[in-house]
Design a protein around this ligand. Structure first.
Ligand code: UT7
Length: 365
């Protein structure tokens, strides 16, 4: 039997606090006009002091589970894709597992920068298709506001906090997560990184003085790389699925910069309307950006069962990738199936055999 991995629930979580471009212009030498025209971003969400990547991830996951009608104890695997884990270890996914009460789930974090959600979705879907697990939670969650240098206008205007989650379930009907392409080129590692907190440059007074605990980026080079790979990865994944670009109903791009998405639309010869967009309200939420934009589109009915969509992302590493899905949506409410008469007879037979063995055991003493 061929198994498929369907997306049966989706959820989201964003902090309440909104930081507008005008708010930023009061902190650094920038303007609403510059940010909007160069990036398309108008505002972003910022986590409150008591909010962490794990708490946003848990809220998004709980909503996705409710929609799918899946109890947390029926989840086999939780993957949290993140660049801003609560700790280097333990895994944020383990904190989410505990908060949800997913008592039978394995849990791990996945670090593939902004492409993390695409990687996590691919791994979970392939495990379901291989038969190793039945139900997975795939989460992209970030509190990037905690690693942004609020004195650096080149980067602080770009990022925001949030989380998105999908429930994946095994099914016999074709559809769901079809295929992916995953790529990396570590020769570009220095273009976008957080220099300290790892083991190469441990936290030290000198590192803090040099502000190495904050994200650094060569924006121009990342922009160039992004426009190239959004086009190539989308084309590759569509070809790998045996489809053509005309078969694709919508594209969910990583929400980094509207100009990057416009360039991809041009290169793919598709109208911008085919691209799901919400970066104007959330900025770049890294691993959360694709599940967040799909969440909104699905809630608005913009994406429909049966449609083909491409999720495409790029980021630090350099790492990029794309996943092709056939959207299905939540299943109708499931009732426990009635047991067929021959299975009931077999169950009664096995129960009687067990009782007989116990009685014989007692008599033999
Ligand atoms: O998830 C993946 C992560 N990253 C990305 O996807 C980012 C990709 N890169 C980008 O989106 C763009 O490169 C940026 C939005 C970061 C920058 O846009 P740009 O058009 O490439 O600007 P630039 O870096 O070439 O800078 C142009 C000018 C510079 O001034 P000078 O040197 O020409 O005098 C910058 O200092 O704009 C200046 N600038 C700003 N001015 C006002 C840079 N940031 C700002 C700012 N406000 N916030």
């Amino acid at each position: 039997m061929t198994r498929y991995a369907h997306i049966t629930g989706w959820g989201h979580a964003v902090p309440d606090q909104v930081l507008t471009n005008d708010d930023l212009a009061r902190r650094v030498d920038t303007s609403d006009e510059w940010i909007r025209s160069r990036t398309g971003i108008r505002e972003r969400r910022i986590a409150a002091p008591g909010e962490y990547t794990s708490t946003l991830a848990t809220r998004a996951a709980a909503e996705a589970l409710r929609m799918a009608g899946v109890h947390p104890r029926d989840v086999d695997l939780i993957i949290v894709a993140t660049n801003t884990p609560d700790y280097i270890f333990p895994a944020t996914a383990a904190l989410v597992q505990d908060a949800l009460g997913a008592s039978k789930a394995g849990a791990f974090d996945l670090q593939a920068a902004c492409t993390g959600f695409v990687y996590a979705l691919t791994i979970a879907a392939d495990m379901i298709k291989a038969g190793g697990i039945h139900t997975a939670l795939v989460i992209g969650a970030e509190t990037l506001s905690r690693i942004v240098d609020w004195e650096d206008r080149n980067t602080c205007v770009l990022f925001g906090d949030g989380a998105g989650a999908f429930v994946l379930e095994a099914a016999e009907e074709p559809g769901g997560v079809i295929t992916s392409v995953l790529r990396a080129d570590g020769s570009g590692a220095e273009l976008l990184m957080l220099p300290t907190c790892g083991t190469r440059h441990p936290v030290s007074p000198k590192a803090l003085e040099e502000r190495l605990q904050y994200l650094r980026m060569n924006g121009r080079e990342v922009f160039r790389f992004a426009t190239r790979v959004m086009n190539s990865a989308t084309r590759e994944v569509v070809a790998k699925a045996g489809l053509s670009l005309e078969d694709i109903h919508w594209i969910a791009p990583h929400q980094a910069n509207r100009r990057i998405i416009e360039a991809a639309a041009k290169a793919l010869k598709r109208p911008l309307d085919d691209f799901l967009l919400n970066l104007d309200r959330y900025g770049n939420t890294s691993t959360a950006s694709i599940p967040l934009v799909i969440y909104e589109a699905a809630q608005e009915g913009r994406i429909q069962p049966g449609q083909y969509g491409v999720l495409v992302a790029f980021g630090a590493g350099l790492i990029w990738g794309a996943t092709l899905v056939q959207w299905t949506g939540p299943r109708p409410a499931r009732k426990p199936p009635r047991m067929a008469w021959h299975r009931r007879v077999a169950q009664v037979g096995s129960w009687m055999r067990r009782v007989r063995r116990q009685v014989e055991g007692l008599l033999a003493r």
